[in-house]
Design a protein around this ligand. Structure first.
Ligand code: ASP
Length: 404
């Protein structure tokens, strides 16, 4: 049986098990360690895989002008789609009013305030003081920065640098193998994660916030249809079916783990199978993983309107424009772990004077909302990699690619 089928079976059995937990009242949390094990295994792959493939990729690119072009295109694409995502969330929420008529008590709710680092500091933080520390902490942006410079320097050494380049190439291929091993466990991980989610989220918890949940899923779908699909077909020149089938694995893992950092290795593997060369995927996918979060941005827009309505406040045009700007910054500043959007939400709320206790109101169902956000965060990166590879004339037709 192929992996996607096994994953699908794990997923369906997980739902069934979750429902059994719910109706019998047993504690679904007993399965949590099996899900956590999967997340740990797959996150274990990220740092060595990203560092080795970035170094090998940058060294393979060796043309700084081309690299600059790829960087500008992908960053432009990421910011553009993020801005569209939050705007779409705001527009739909303004029309649908997910928070009107919702009464929820905020008594006893507390949220920790987060002060955002200054813009200058954020930019400075891209440069690691100690690259090994950045790797040890799994900080992707400084890691990307160092690995690219290292890769370029390595390729400038020519023949002399070849053994080190070979070394990183071998490390990368080893990590690709390790990813394969980890995925053998994936169906069990998916089963456990879904069973816990379904098991602990009874309909009673979901009902008061049902409209919010529906709006989130609706806008996520809308974003796929009006933003990604045209990019995939018109710029990427791929049939949507081919593309979505190709990224099914990382999407499912993102959906069940709610961690785009965990889905990163699979996303790289998926776009490479779709024909994106390693020199482009090794840079665009990890970069997107940290700075591009369309799903989170959509949610920041929707949640702002939702909370303003619950608290009977009105957000004017200026405030909504501020939300767009803040959501872009939040998308850059958040990491791909479950619930990350809730943390950066304090930043957004503070900037427009929304009560941050509001965040606690939606926190209870965040897992369900995160299941819509995370796949979208991943999808945005995959689409970006495809679009840039095609625009560089470097996309290899999937049919002609040898499978890994
Ligand atoms: N869980 C999301 C991710 O890993 C982040 C978020 O939207 O909360 O990409």
């Amino acid at each position: 049986m192929k992996l996607p089928q096994k994953l699908a079976i794990g997923f369906i059995l997980g739902i069934v098990a979750g429902l059994i937990f719910q109706f019998t009242g047993w504690n679904a949390k007993v399965l949590q360690p099996f899900g956590d094990l999967f997340i740990r295994l797959i996150r274990m792959v990220v740092v060595p895989l990203v560092v080795s493939s970035l170094i090998a990729g940058a060294a393979g690119m060796s043309d700084a002008a081309k690299f600059g072009r790829v960087a500008i295109k992908i960053i432009g694409y990421y910011f553009f789609t993020t801005a569209v995502a939050v705007t779409l969330g705001l527009i739909v929420a303004n029309v649908v009013h997910p928070g009107l008529g919702v009464t929820l008590s905020t008594e006893g709710l507390k949220v920790k305030e987060v002060t955002p680092p200054s813009m200058v500091q954020t930019l400075l933080n891209i440069v690691p003081i100690n690259p090994i520390e950045a790797m040890a902490k799994g900080e992707l942006l400084p890691m990307i920065f160092f690995a690219i410079i290292f890769g370029f320097a390595l390729s400038s050494l020519g023949e002399v640098g070849q053994p080190v380049l070979n070394f990183f190439d071998i490390v990368m291929n080893t990590m690709i193998k390790v990813t394969g091993y980890v995925m053998e466990y994936a169906p069990f991980g998916v089963f456990a994660l879904i069973a816990v989610t379904v098991g602990v989220h009874g309909i009673g918890v979901l009902l008061p916030l049902l409209k919010l949940i529906i709006v989130m899923y609706l806008v996520a779908l809308l974003h796929i249809v009006i933003v990604y699909t045209p990019f995939i077909t018109i710029v990427g020149k791929l049939r949507p079916v081919t593309f979505f089938r190709g990224v099914a694995e990382p999407l499912l893992v993102a959906f069940t783990t709610c961690s785009s950092a965990a889905a990163l290795p699979l996303n790289m593997r998926a776009v490479e199978r779709l024909g994106v060369p390693k020199s482009i995927s090794s840079f665009t996918i990890p970069l997107g993983n940290t700075i591009n979060m369309d799903g989170a941005s959509i949610y920041l827009g929707i949640a702002s309107i939702f909370i303003s309505e619950v608290f009977g406040m009105h957000l004017g045009l200026n405030q909504q424009l501020t939300i767009i700007l803040m959501a872009i910054l939040a998308s850059v500043g958040s990491v791909g772990v479950p619930g990350a959007a809730l943390i950066v939400m304090t930043m957004v709320f503070q900037s427009v004077g929304l009560p941050i206790e509001g965040i606690a109101l939606v926190a209870g169902v965040d897992r369900i909302l995160d299941m819509a956000r995370t796949p979208l965060n991943i999808l945005g990166d995959a689409t970006g990699a495809l679009v840039v590879a095609q625009s560089e004339g470097e996309l290899v037709k999937p049919e002609t690619k040898v499978s890994m």
